[in-house]
Design a protein around this ligand. Structure first.
Ligand SMILES: [Zn+2]
Ligand SMILES: [Zn+2]
Length: 252
């Protein structure tokens, strides 16, 4: 039995109706229904729709997933398996839910039915914004997207090419660390800025960290210069490796 407050249901119905009209225009404008296949890339947060003779690319924000097996919804911010940085944008929905006391917008996961995914996606769309929404289904898992902009194939490839292929974690965002940081021993962990897993970054920013010894060198030379850079010998790792090393260094 799914309990929903009357106030929430009234609100949700209104928002769903709003999206239906909007989505209708979106489908027509981008001819969304006339692509045979889809492919999405979590690391670059891009969705490609394609047929033999054409394709179209979008940037997306993941809203959440609905399992047809267990009939449960999960907000993307709560999905620890997802490497999508923009999932945290959906916390804006949670904030709104807290103000209104709507439990479906606050709880990480809960029971639902076949309407749940679109209902919550409509609400997310109303709160976060975008140009349209999309859903894919594979292995009984429905995944919902807010599409934020159409991009060209070249732009999609550029986003992809900025990713690194990690032998353990797959294709994922890049991070930079000094030659001394490693996954086995604690050597101190200094960062260019405070970071957290899945954090969204501006185009100019990268995850960057160095060890305690490098920090000494850096301070000696009053910031990075050729000498301290030579000492650090910055290398490339994947984002997940970066956070594994960070967490190792932070454990008591
Ligand atoms: Zn170092
Ligand atoms: Zn890795």
């Amino acid at each position: 039995m799914i309990f929903k407050s009357l106030k929430y249901q009234k609100y949700a119905d209104k928002i769903c109706k709003k999206l239906t009209d909007f989505q209708e225009n979106f489908r027509n404008e981008y001819d969304i229904d006339n692509y045979a296949n889809w492919f999405y890339n979590q690391s670059s947060e891009t969705l490609r729709l394609y047929s033999d003779d054409k394709d179209i690319y979008f940037k997306y924000i993941p809203v959440g997933t609905f399992s047809q097996n267990t009939n449960t919804w999960m907000w993307s911010w709560a999905n620890e398996d997802s490497v999508e940085p923009k999932k945290f944008r959906t916390l804006k929905v949670k904030e709104f839910g807290k103000k209104k006391n709507y439990s479906n917008l606050i709880n990480a996961h809960f029971d639902g039915d076949k309407y749940t995914g679109w209902e919550l996606t409509s609400i997310a769309f109303d709160i976060i914004g975008g140009i349209g929404t999309y859903r894919v289904i594979s292995d009984h898992l429905e995944k919902y997207f807010l599409l934020t902009e159409q991009i060209t194939k070249r732009e999609a490839e550029k986003i992809e090419s900025d990713l690194i292929e990690c032998s353990i974690h797959g294709k994922i965002r890049k991070a930079f660390i000094c030659q001394h940081l490693n996954a086995e021993t604690k050597v101190g962990f200094e960062e260019a800025f405070d970071s957290y897993r899945g954090m969204e970054l501006d185009e100019e920013n990268d995850f960057q960290a160095w060890c305690a010894e490098c920090e000494k060198e850096r301070l000696k030379t009053d910031g990075w210069n050729d000498e301290s850079m030579e000492f650090a010998k910055i290398k490339l790792v994947c984002e997940r490796c970066y956070f594994e090393i960070k967490e190792l260094n932070q454990t008591g």
